[in-house]
Design a protein around this ligand. Structure first.
Ligand code: FES
Ligand code: FES
Length: 201
C-alpha cells in the first residue's frame, strides 16, 4: 500500500510529490529529481524512482486523459507517444523518460483545433463510454505514422512489398491496433476512423 503525499508549489509544473511506502518490508526509495517534457511543457519533478509514467501523468501532473485500465500492459488504455513511438505508460518509469518528448491526449490538438484522428473518431463514432479512447487515438496516430514509414505488421502478406495506405486492409488496421482493447466493442468504427485519416493523408 502506498501513501501518496503531496506538497504543492504555487507553480503548477513544480508540484513536488513524494511516494512513501507504508508497507513493511517493501522498502522505500529516496525521491529522484527528473525533468519530464510533456506536451511541449517542461516539468521539474522530485518523485519516487519507482513511479510509473502513467501514475506521474495522472497523479503528479494532473493529466487524467491518460487512462489506467489493467496497469500491467494488457489493455492499451494508458498509451502515450514518447519520441514519436507509442508506449504503454504503465510499463515504463517516469524517471526513465527524462529528456524524451511525451505526448498525451491533452497535447494532441493544436490551437484548439482537433487533431485529424480526434476528428475522425468523432465523425466515425469510434467510441461509446470513451474510457479506451485516448489510448486508441494515440495508438491510431502512430499506426498512421508507421504505415507512412512503410513499417510492416504481423499480418503483412509480403514484407518485400511497400506498405501502401491506399490498399491497406482492415485486417492490417485491426492488427496494428490490436494492443488497444475496447470493452464497448467500438472496433468497426475505430477501424473506419483510422482508414479515414489514412485516406486523407
Ligand atoms: Fe497500461 Fe492497461 S493500463 S496497458
Ligand atoms: Fe468504452 Fe472503448 S469506448 S471501452
Amino acid at each position: 500500500m502506498f501513501d501518496l503525499l503531496q506538497t504543492y508549489n504555487p507553480i503548477y509544473s513544480r508540484r513536488k510529490f513524494v511516494l512513501r511506502s507504508n508497507h513493511s518490508g517493501s522498502g522505500s526509495s529516496d525521491p529522484v529529481n527528473t525533468t519530464l517534457r510533456v506536451n511541449g511543457r517542461t516539468h521539474e519533478l522530485s518523485i519516487d524512482s519507482r513511479l510509473t509514467l502513467l501514475d506521474t501523468l495522472r497523479d503528479v501532473l494532473g493529466l487524467t486523459g491518460t487512462k489506467k485500465g489493467c496497469d500491467q500492459g494488457a489493455c492499451g488504455a494508458c498509451t502515450v507517444i514518447v519520441d514519436s513511438q507509442r508506449v504503454l505508460s504503465c510499463l515504463t518509469l517516469a524517471a526513465a523518460n527524462e529528456g524524451r518528448d511525451v505526448v498525451t491526449i491533452e497535447g494532441l490538438s493544436t490551437n484548439g483545433e482537433l487533431h485529424p484522428m480526434q476528428a475522425a473518431f468523432l465523425h466515425c463514432d469510434g467510441f461509446q463510454c470513451g474510457y479506451c479512447t485516448p489510448g486508441q487515438i494515440l495508438s491510431a496516430v502512430c499506426t498512421v505514422q508507421e504505415v507512412h514509414a512503410g513499417v510492416p505488421s504481423h499480418v503483412t502478406r509480403d514484407v518485400r512489398q511497400t506498405v501502401d495506405s491506399a490498399t491497406l486492409t482492415d485486417e492490417e488496421i485491426r492488427e496494428r491496433m490490436s494492443g488497444n482493447l475496447c470493452r464497448c466493442g467500438a472496433y468497426p468504427n475505430i477501424v473506419a476512423a483510422v482508414r479515414q485519416v489514412l485516406s486523407a493523408s
